[in-house]
Design a protein around this ligand. Structure first.
Ligand SMILES: Cc1ncc(COP(=O)(O)O)c(C=O)c1O
Length: 505
């Protein structure tokens, strides 16, 4: 028998004291973020050892636990919020977003159902409409926040499938001996993002359901090739249902020709999904408007606030032109989900519009940050990032040691350490080209690894037209031109050192 009840909450004064201490730790962190080495540069086993301790059977004072933050967690963190972090496409995290996370956790509303989160739901609905307005998407759209772009893409593709399939796939999925014809999705071969294959996986369409369409010189999808492929697949008895356009692609920030894709989708009755996880937010810049022409015609748009709106993790977002189609894809019911007759105390239940049931109050951090910076502030920050990418491209162009691979588009830029003499040597014969490329592949990987290991900056490689190259995603509201210069100088220096080493071998 249990005797006595335990009040497990902290006393208000203790909470206040610990809270101030936590805020102090965060404030100190932000004050030092620019000077920290970006990556801890430790082996995974060394980090695992720091946390190697037995299951805590007995509790300990909260103070001791908080003390672990500076002692054990921070020294083993990668500082994604650093102005010199350029990995993946990771946003920097706004300070107000940090406070919003704590406030949202304190109330602990569940934004899955209206009754469990009235303010959370209505703030989400309002913020989604603002985001649509910012990028000139119809504001009567539906949409919701997700954990990230992958979940937003999955939600879009299920909505696409449920609203276009020749039969209702709700109960039996796509399984039936009686049916033929594969459901197919189309996207560009070079820049199409892997999260679309993940979505096809989750939809049980199989990864091969994503047909890769050839790309043009500027890394955008070739619309003629797309149309030819759709026609051929249809003629074979398959069932094309969706085209995914890249709106700010993963390696080069390329934007597919949206208007042309919208025309093709209209012509063949396909769902038009715009994967703007990285770049859709750029549509809020008047000077870039032309590049985004046709975005408003997309049936759905993925856009990640945890990328180019700099909101702390996690926060993805999906907009769907016709909210009803989202509901048609996800609506379900169970006796325990409602409980009462419809009264005035009901509203939008997000669990009917997306894959998640329990949902955090993600909207708060977007709502607060957006109201803090305003559209004008955000435009300024986006332009700063674009400016940094253009400056980087100029530095690359002006150097004999680096090779330019594409025009700078938004804030993601890829380039290669490839001294002029090597590029000239590669012109001589096919064999020379292969030898030089193999050497440069190794060199570029070593440069990225080295700048990470030294803690100067976090830079990763990618593959551009089959070659290993350096890739920088300048997705931080803290990065300045001076950071770009310092990092470029460091890359040049490291490149020279490793080049000489390789030459000696
Ligand atoms: C174009 C594109 N789509 C989708 C995603 C997936 O987003 P997330 O990592 O938030 O799941 C990314 C991530 O970089 C992306 O670049």
């Amino acid at each position: 028998m249990v005797t006595g009840e335990w009040d497990a909450d902290l006393e208000p004064d203790e909470f206040r004291r610990l809270g101030y201490q936590a805020v102090e730790m965060m404030a100190d962190y932000f004050a030092s973020i620019r000077d920290r080495r970006v990556f801890p540069g430790k082996a995974s086993q060394d980090v695992a050892d720091v946390f190697d301790e037995p299951l805590p059977w007995k509790g300990k004072p909260a103070e001791e636990i908080l003390a672990d933050w500076p002692a054990r967690v921070l020294p083993n963190a990668t500082h994604v919020g650093s102005p010199r972090y350029f990995g993946f496409v990771n946003g920097s995290g706004t300070m107000l977003g940090v406070l919003a996370e704590a406030l949202a956790a304190s109330v602990n509303m569940n934004a899955g159902g209206w009754k469990a989160g009235p303010a959370a739901t209505e703030i989400e609905r309002r913020t989604i409409a603002w985001i649509a307005e910012m990028i000139d998407y119809p504001t009567r759209c539906g949409g919701l926040f997700t954990s990230g772009g992958t979940m937003a893409n999955f939600t879009a593709l299920l909505t696409a499938l449920r609203n276009t399939a020749q039969y209702d796939s709700t109960a039996n999925g796509l399984q039936s001996e009686a049916r033929s014809g594969k459901h197919l999705i189309y996207m560009a071969d070079h820049e199409g993002h892997i999260s679309i294959e993940r979505a096809a996986d989750l939809l049980n369409l199989g990864r091969r359901a994503v047909r890769r369409v050839s790309s043009r010189k500027d890394f955008t999808i070739d619309p003629e090739a797309l149309e030819t492929m759709i026609r051929a697949d249809r003629a074979r008895g398959d069932y094309p249902f969706c085209v995914v356009a890249q709106v700010g692609s993963i390696n080069t920030g390329a934007i597919d020709p949206l208007d042309v894709i919208a025309d093709i989708c209209d012509r063949y009755g396909l769902w038009f999904h715009a994967d703007g996880a990285c770049g859709a937010i750029g549509a809020m810049l008047p000077e870039k408007k032309e590049m985004y022409k046709g975005l408003d015609r997309a049936d759905s748009v993925t856009l990640d606030p945890h990328k180019w709106l700099f909101i702390p993790y996690e926060c993805g977002c999906l907009l769907v032109r016709e909210q009803e189609k989202l509901r048609r894809a996800f609506s379900l019911s169970a006796p325990y989900l409602r409980g009462t007759l419809p009264t005035e105390y009901t509203g939008l239940d997000y669990f009917e519009y997306g894959p998640e049931m329990s949902r955090g109050f993600r909207a708060l951090k977007v709502w607060m940050t957006l109201r803090h910076y305003g559209v004008e502030g955000y435009r300024k920050l986006l332009r700063q990032g674009i400016n940094c990418a253009e400056h980087l491209a100029e530095r690359v162009h002006a150097s004999d040691e680096f090779e330019r691979l594409h025009e700078p588009n938004l804030y993601i830029y890829s380039f290669r350490y490839a001294p002029l003499e090597d590029r000239e040597l590669a012109q001589r014969s096919e064999r020379d080209r292969e030898r030089v490329d193999a050497k440069l592949d190794r060199l570029n990987q070593r440069i990225a690894d080295e700048i990470q290991a030294r803690g100067i900056a976090f830079i990763m490689t990618t593959r551009i037209r089959e070659r290993t190259v350096l890739r920088m995603s300048i997705c931080s509201h803290r990065t300045t031109l001076a950071d770009i210069d310092a990092v470029f100088d460091a890359l040049t220096q490291i490149g020279r050192e490793i080049y000489e080493e390789e030459d000696e071998q």
